[in-house]
Design a protein around this ligand. Sequence first.
Ligand code: IMP
Ligand code: MG
Length: 193
Amino acid sequence: MHFMNSDMLPAIKDVVKVGGMDFVPYIRREQIMARVKELASQITDEYRDRCPLVLCVLNGAFAFASDLFRAIDTDAEISFLRLKSYEGTGSTGTVKQMLPLSENIEGRDVIVVEDIVDTGRTIHKLVEDLKTKNPSSVRIATLLYKPEALICDVCPDYVGFEIPKKFIIGYGLDLDGLARNLPDIYVLASETC
Ligand code: IMP
Ligand code: MG
């Protein structure tokens, strides 16, 4: 039986080229894992005996949700839905639902897991939709949060890292579908200062 460990992952690179642009290291896998562990332990304490439904927003949140979910040390369930709002390095302004939620969430404690809250449009629309289905509670866990970019009334409950308004890739985050498999997070080199 083989388990994933850090020896199996590609080494961090000084520069990564995606879509003709250069990206440089920003948040390393060790920092990500340490923070994921802290968030999971907070969730474990706050949701003991409530069997929360962790709702992973595909595609970007798959890596974070997978690590977070496996670090939660109490009963919990996971489900998935897919939304899309970004093209290239910018928000399109509309949120498209590509794969709807199949679960009944009435009376459930839901934790929505996002990769990043940028303008907040995606999460705001999703939370409003979920609330019409009568869950017991809805909280938001996001790995990354860009408060400067926020234009909607959203306040994430669990935040991995607050970051400035810069474009990043890796650990699930993409540039037009690429770079999601990078184990570390990288920032657009032209936005480093
Ligand atoms: P929002 O609706 O503007 O908050 O955008 C949320 C979605 O846009 C996220 O779930 C990501 O998929 C995508 N996104 C926002 N900022 C970035 C970024 O810096 N890199 C890659 N994707 C991003
Ligand atoms: Mg996303």
